[in-house]
Write a protein that binds this ligand. Structure first.
Ligand code: 5GP
Ligand code: ZN
Length: 111
């Protein structure tokens, strides 16, 4: 998608602090973190929300959840959340599917 900010991050057209990557997924620090650990994990292919992602591309869904889980193990203790706001009324502001990996109890030094 030409005008999608997260597609642009995935294409490296605009900067982001990338924290993890796999063939199908990308993770970067949220620009305005709401918890001490706040990472966004996206599929590299554009889907408007997590339902579209799940119903159309199981490989990318698994890639997103796997990368989020690896980063959770690496950067949080056992307490963390992976959440997907879906739709404006639920607080979604960027319409490229993304999981918020958040934790109040990060592990060690964050980069
Ligand atoms: P949503 O509200 O759609 O669930 O989450 C969008 C998230 O993306 C917000 O937490 C917001 O801070 C983050 N965000 C929006 N634009 C950018 C950006 O250009 N770079 C980064 N790293 N995060 C962004
Ligand atoms: Zn996109």
């Amino acid at each position: 998608m030409d005008n999608c900010i997260f597609c642009k991050i995935a294409r490296r057209e605009i900067p982001a602090k990338i924290v993890g990557e796999s063939e199908l997924a990308l993770a970067f620090w949220d620009v305005s973190p709401r918890q001490p650990l706040h990472i966004l994990v996206i599929p590299k292919v554009h889907y408007a929300n997590v339902a579209e992602l799940t119903l159309n591309d199981e490989s990318s869904l698994v890639a997103v959840m796997k990368l989020a889980s690896e980063l959770a193990v690496q950067h949080a203790d056992e307490s963390f959340r992976i959440s997907f706001n879906t739709g404006e009324a639920a607080g979604q502001t960027v319409f490229h599917a993304h999981g918020h990996l958040t934790s109040r109890t990060p592990r060690g030094e964050l980069v």
